[in-house]
Design a protein around this ligand. Sequence first.
Ligand code: PLP
Length: 645
Amino acid sequence: MDILPREFIFQQHGVVELDKGLGADIYGIDRWGHEILTVLPNGDAGLLDVQNPSAQAVSIPSIVHDLAERGIHSPILLRVNSFLENSLIELNSGFANAISTYEYSGEYRGVFPIKVNQQAEVVERIVTTGRKYNYGLEVGSKPELLIALAQNLAKDSLLICNGVKDEEFIRLAILSCKIGFNTIIVLESPKELELVLQVSKALNEKPRLGVRIKLTHQIQGYWAESSGDRSSFGMTTDNVVRVVERLQTEGMQDCLTLQHSHLGSQISDINDVRRIVKEACRFYTELKTLGVPLEFLDLGGGLGVDYTGEKQSNENSVNYALGEYCEAVVETVKYAMDEAQIGHPTIVTESGRGVVALSSMLIFDVLDTTLYDSKVLPKPNENDHHLIGDLLAIEDYLSAERLQESVNDAIYYRDEVRALFRRGNIDIKSLAQAETVFRYLVARFKKIAAASDTSPQLDEQLGHFADIYHGNFSLFQSLPDVWAIDQLHPIMPLQRLNEVPDRHAVLSDITCDSDGKVDRFVLADGISKTLPVHDIADDEAYYIGVFFVGAYQETLGDLHNLFGDTNVVTIALGENGGFDLLHEVEGDTISEVLDYVEYDAQACLATFRKRVDSAVSSKQLTISERRVLIAAYKDSLGGYTYFEK
Ligand code: PLP
């Protein structure tokens, strides 16, 4: 493939800088790459070790090939432990710096909400890396509590229990304090307090309590519903007062040491952070004035991730850096407490996506392509319908100036031909002739559009004729937020980034569901409906990476079409461009996935075997064919749920 001159690239993509490789420019790696990605001279996407900037970048395609040799095939969820550790270190250092800048006299004590990524590998690494920061865990269910209680948390770290809790949950939480955990039960309602009082009396043990308060300030974006007074969790002010009074009556007011006020999720505007923290502080200072011995101010989640690198306040980006977030929180709490002449509380946050999103990427191969063009213009036939002639004639007046008119005409004539076919007025060969002319014209339209200034409406029209690249992944299993809420993740090819991508495609997954496609992409010059990709040869391995999938995506996925968990590998980047394989978890086998939906794999095999045997008896099948069939069935049961090469 030719490497095109700078001016051409400039024209095609409106890109300003080309120093760091073509890929970086088109896909905007410099904007969203967070210093973990680069383009290598051979055009491969490379991973940088954030903790060791002098180390050589590691080629992602070479990791994929190496893993394939070990029998670990794509799709792969690749987790890089140094990325995860680095996020945690940066968060804790950010708060330490802000505390020192503002001479804040309290501490910071973060906790990781397990629901954001429940995978044992991730939770254990956070616990290990977080020990020196007294980093703790947040749980929202009994299984998560069991996970947390099996972790080696630092002595002073917190274990925050949110969500709806039953008697057993409460018993475990209270008793866990006796084995060295700082478990705080965050009360969600006055009713829950009654259950806690009952269990506590039966055990003759005092609980450590928090109270979850609903704030009224509502954030913007996909997660607006998780904030404000219509959010599902937390108490209204009257209930908060009832809980405090009830504890006072029971002589247990000293148990209430934490106020929980969840700011929201993916807060995109730093001034929203300040406003919500300020409201949380009002409740804190009021409760202190009522004599509640609060020590901890838990601000929940909210630290956003800049998925697009736009550095703007919108659904997929944020207008602040991590350091600014820490400063905004510490400064706001300090001013509010100083004004009310109250000592500085320990600040707790439950950042989820901000800690884990960056650390994982989904890598999949392209299985096939549906190309929406034809390179050659078919020759007109004598007895062609006049509409085919009209389509062919568009070529004569097609130009940048008359592009919209040409597109309109082509669509109209093509649709008329289709209508004639449906009514039985033209035959299949004429329809094929018309479709081929149309695809030829579309290729010409796209080329002209790429080099000219087109209207958004025309872009939209041409977007319908994008190529389709069929990827070996399930959107529903691996990228549920892309499907459910149009979450954007940076996506790009992982090789040939030093070549101009000559096609524009949407990505389709291998579920047989029309929703299983990705058609919004982060590019250097904005959000696009198509992804620039390369023309690929039939036998060429072409990989695509979806970045920042470490938060929520790994655990939300359902078993759509019974595609199970993908293979997961964790690597450490080496000094010299290599890497060590630290951990491997094999993806689900089909029999495991069947088990999830309550089929007995062995019973399925027995039924199948019976059917095969009866075909042998009636001589429909030979003995050797039987062997092949049974082996294929058995191998499939034990195999990967994805396309296997
Ligand atoms: N804490 C609570 C109570 C939550 O509900 C959430 C998610 O909404 C989080 C923490 C994590 O939020 P984020 O991933 O935005 O940091």
